[in-house]
Design a protein around this ligand. Structure first.
Ligand SMILES: *Cc1c(COP(=O)(O)O)cnc(C)c1O
Length: 403
């Protein structure tokens, strides 16, 4: 007997930790998605800054299919050609000399935080274990990463939490200077806070973090899970600032829809993860690495990165036009194709209503906190799709402005 799959079924059988939209997407192509009833949506969310090449990019489908007919999984008792090819590509493109693969942003960060602790333990002493993070940051949902993340609401009810973690205010150099000491093993920063409201770091803040980490032998970790792989118009966002981290984590866009993440670092830090110290079953899986290798190859082409800057301009101008008409936003901020439109006080905490209304008008929207609309479309979204998505967004604005 075949069962009819409906959205109601979700409420009956799934752990209720999400509140998915009323429709179920069944097909995607480029920046357009269709639901079970054939209704079409413009995708301005890309699966939360993940589907960097849109849906079902033919070259990526080909890479996945080719590998699917060769070998899927072997564990880390063996290595694979796709893993080595991808690692080499990431090293060629970045500051990194060593790569560790995992499956999600949280796991890449977990590896980064463990590496920082272990490096301090190997070279200094066990007392040097403090991790400094920023309020309003987001680093994942495992117990360690959710504790490092500076948002109390995500930690509530999970105590006892891991210790040795302290918080400073993002872009506040004085509080960073006061916090970093010889007991610090790592400072972790998102170059643009994503979940925290699309807030770019100042260059001076990242420079201060670099200087203080050097001074106190602490690792500077950039969480580029959301900002990486071309999202902001350079391959990694640290390249905009010209400030290199010691460890960089990357996930969302890396597989462009296939789960994979990586921690990139220098050789001298990597040595603290000697055989048996850390690991994962799936990390470096050949299917995931084949996909990511193709994604990295496509996105690292200069044309694609230049295209991100151009699309930033189109999106930003379009949002400002809508704002002129409906008076919704205090500002439109962000870099590349990670944009945040900050709702005016009249729309305080109503960002989710835009998402809900967007579903009706046929545009997939995203929030970053209660009062910021976040835009993170495919890096190669067509101009026509941007225009159509913006005109649907204008209808959303019109519907909500009436109330
Ligand atoms: C999404 C995100 C994470 C967590 O990634 P998961 O794949 O959900 O574990 C960590 N850090 C940042 C900056 C993110 O945006």
């Amino acid at each position: 007997m075949t069962q009819k799959i409906t959205r109601q079924l979700y409420d009956q059988i799934m752990v209720p930790c999400y509140a998915p939209a009323p429709y179920i997407p069944v097909k995607g192509k480029g920046s357009r998605v269709w639901d079970q009833n054939g209704k079409e949506y413009i995708d301005f969310a890309a699966g939360i800054a993940v589907s960097a090449l849109g849906h079902c990019h033919p070259d990526v489908v080909a890479a996945l299919t080719e590998q699917a007919n060769k070998i899927w999984h072997i564990s880390n008792g063996l290595t694979s050609e796709p893993a080595l090819l991808l690692a080499q590509k990431l090293i060629n493109l970045t500051f990194a000399e060593r790569v560790f693969f995992a499956n999600s942003g949280a796991e890449a960060n977990e590896a980064a935080f463990k590496l920082a602790r272990r490096y301090a333990y190997d070279h200094f002493d066990a007392e040097k274990h403090q991790i400094i993070s920023c309020y309003n940051s987001f680093h994942g949902r495992t117990l360690f990463t959710v504790t490092v993340g500076g948002q109390e609401k995500y930690q509530q009810g999970f105590a006892p939490l891991p210790g040795g973690i302290d918080y400073i205010h993002f872009n506040d150099i004085a509080s960073l200077e006061a916090a970093v000491t010889d007991k610090t093993c790592a400072v972790v920063i998102e170059p643009v806070q994503g979940e925290g409201g699309v807030m770019p770091a100042t260059k001076a803040f990242l420079e201060a973090a670099r200087r203080l980490c050097n001074q106190h032998n602490a690792l500077l970790i950039f969480d580029e899970v959301q900002t990486g792989v071309g999202r902001t118009g350079t391959f990694y966002t640290y390249m905009h600032y010209g400030i290199e981290p010691d460890v960089l984590t990357t996930a969302k866009g890396l597989g462009a829809g296939f789960p994979i993440s990586a921690m990139l670092t220098k050789d001298k830090f990597a040595q603290s993860f000697s055989v048996g110290v850390h690991g994962t079953t799936y990390g470096g899986n050949p299917l995931a690495c084949s996909v990511a290798e193709k994604v990295v190859e496509l996105i690292s082409q200069p044309g694609v990165l230049e295209g991100v800057a151009e699309r930033h301009q189109w999106m930003k101008e379009g949002l400002e036009r809508i704002n002129q008409q409906y008076d919704l936003f205090d500002e439109v901020r962000g870099m590349g194709l990670l944009l945040g439109a900050v709702l005016k006080p009249a729309y305080q905490d109503r960002a989710k209503e835009f998402v809900t209304q967007g579903a009706k008008e046929g545009v997939i929207l995203l929030v970053a906190g209660g009062s910021v609309l976040r835009f993170a479309p495919s890096l190669i979204i067509e101009k026509a799709d941007i225009d159509e998505g913006l005109s649907r967004l204008a209808k959303v604005a019109e519907a909500l402005a009436a109330h």
